[in-house]
Design a protein. Structure first.
Length: 77
């Protein structure tokens, strides 16, 4: 598992993020405080506070490099 911080500060960014990660069979969890949301759920994402960066737990196996490449536009440095 790998954890990165991502920013989803617009509706378009949320839609493209979900489209990008649903291409992978891996599990993705968004963690905000005590809430853990399935990152492939648009409704779940909109229940979080999107004004600040959110932790994304990526449960990836052999394709971690491909997943990280797809996540580049959303990762907060």
């Amino acid at each position: 598992m790998k954890t990165v911080q991502i920013s989803l500060n617009s509706i378009d960014k949320v839609k493209s993020f979900v489209n990008d990660i649903t291409k992978f069979d891996n599990d993705f969890d968004l963690v905000s405080g005590r809430y853990v949301i399935d990152a492939k759920s648009i409704m779940g994402i909109f229940s979080l506070d999107l004004s600040k960066p959110i932790d994304l737990n990526v449960h990836a196996g052999d394709n971690m490099d491909d997943v990280m490449e797809a996540l580049k536009p959303y990762i907060v440095e």
